[in-house]
Every structure is written in C-alpha cells, then in structure tokens.
Design a protein around this ligand. Sequence first.
Ligand SMILES: [Mn+2]
Length: 359
Amino acid sequence: MFPVWRKVNFVRAAADIFLLPQKRVQSVCSERRSPCLSLTRRCSGRRFNVPPSAEFVARVSGIPTMAKLPYRELADGLDAAFVGVPIDTGTSNRPGARFGPRQIRVESALLRAYNSGTRAAPYESLVVADIGDVNVNLFDLKDTCKRIREAYRKILATGCIPLTMGGDHTIAYPILQAVAERHGPVGLVHVDAHADTSDVVLGEKIGHGTPFRRCVEEGLLDCNRVVQIGLRGTGYSPDSYEWSRAQGFRVVQVEECWFKSLAPLMSEVRAQMSSGPVYLSFDIDALDPGFAPGTGTPEIAGLTPAQGVEIIRGCRGLNLVGCDLVEVSPPYDTTGNTALTGANLLFEMMCVLPKVKYY
Ligand SMILES: [Mn+2]
C-alpha cells in the first residue's frame, strides 16, 4: 500500500492529465485542505504547475509538452515559459532544425522535477508552462523574424522569462530585439562552435551565421558583457574571431576549454556580467558532434555535455532575462539523444533563473 500522501499525489497527477470529473477533483483538493484554483490549474491546489511524476503516470502517456508541463496559450501569469520556434530556413548546411522543438518535447518526457546535482526545485519556485510555438512562415525568413519579434514582445510584456527551443540560430536576432526593447542592451553568454557574427552570407543579411552582427549593429548588446564560449572550426580567414574581440566580446576558443572544468571560467563570466540583464544563447553544436550529432553545422573537438552543464550552472546568480537552446536537427540523430541533451540543458537553464528555490 502507498502511504496516504502518495495516493493523493497520484490522484492529483492523474487529474492533471486525465481531467477527472469536477466532483472528484474537489474532493482531492479538500483532502489537501487547500482551495481549488481556477480550472486553468486543473485543481491541483498548488500555486505552481508540477508535471506528473513518472512514479504515478507513465512517461509515454499524454500529449508531449515540454517537461510534461501544462500547455497554455498565453504567457500571462507565468514566471517562465517554454516556447518553440520551429525554423531551419536560416541554415547554411544541413537542414532539419524546424523539427527541433517537437523532438525536444518528446524526449523531455524523461525529465523529473528536481535537479539532483544542484538541489534546485524549479517547480516549487516558478509558475512554468509550455506556451507552444511561434507561428513561423517557412517560406519567408524575414517575415518569420517579424513574427518572432512580435511574439516575444507579448511574452516579455507579461514579465515571463522565455526559454526557447529552436529552430536555427537566426531566431536569436529577433528575440534579442524584443528583449532589448524591454530591458535595454543585455549581456550575452553565447555558447557555440561558431561566432555567428558574419556580415552577409550569400548576399543575405539574415541567417543563422549573422544574428550577433545584427544585434551589435542595432545596439542590442552590452558588448563588454558578452562572452562566446566553445568557438572552433575552420574559418574564412586566419583571425576568425577578430571582429568579436574588436567589439569588446570575450572570446573563449574551444582550445581553452579542452580537458578541464569550466567552473573557474564561469566565475570570471559572472564577474563580467555583473548585475545587469543577461541573455543565454546555447547552440547545441557547441557540444562535440560525438555527443550531439543531430545538428546542422557540426565541428569536431567540441565541449562535453558536462562542460555544457557547468556553463549553465555557472550562470546561477545572473540576472537572466531569457535563454535559448538552438540548432537541434532531429533528422541527423534519429536516436533522439541530441534532443534529449537539449531538453536536459533547457531544464538546467530553468534551474538557474532568478528566484529558483534550492534545497
Ligand atoms: Mn550558432
């Protein structure tokens, strides 16, 4: 027999998924001596959205939202929200990132509620939900950028922090336009194999190789509070990262990361970022393609997943105003492991948002 609280937990979890009849729901709530909240919270009697535990509800059941959180149409009332931006029309090599948000959601069914490594309890601190995808235009990248900017304006206007699932890296540009509109020029922790600071590619200003050049041109970044970590690969000139450094960015090439913990680097990054608003943009291709092959422009000798986690955990204490995980391309990793890694990195990002409770 389960102890009573476990039974209640089970019923509560099941109610979240299966929409128990209201009568039963009320009795569950009264068992917990807490009033039913609005139907939008489905009676859990809790202030926060808590995904059903796989102890009581099978992982493979239900509609695959991110982390098995409730789906909401709007960001209103949320402290943080997972948002998908399913495009790959800005990619320069292998496509497929348009399927990223879907596969990340599917693989995220493995995520549990607590961070065992850091003892973070995001669902005891923040109201979080999956608010679906931006309605992108797969035939027109510039129109897509406009749609993203408008969608993020609305999300940010509610005070909700967006946790974005890409989609190719083009999306960071319109997202940062909306972010800077609300917060002013932001610091940026950019984890990537590439600087993404090209001026034009094939004559085009908008694409996944150019977002941070556009951001600098438009004054969206506080350039002395920008760090790019994991950069590598062949370049178009011997000084591939000269432009970044000339803007005041700190560039940490992958060679500086090999064979060591990145915790000391992150303590320097925290000092660099200070107390101002910071955006975290994590391109999955920062990781070695041996760990994350499902991506469009893989480069050898990349970061390990543990180093990726160290970078994100090292952002704890920063004034994070938004995060993204981009460039997961499911067709290039049909095992789903790249998307699973992406889902875990997004969970880690949620755990370092301001005001998250730690045990
Ligand atoms: Mn990138």
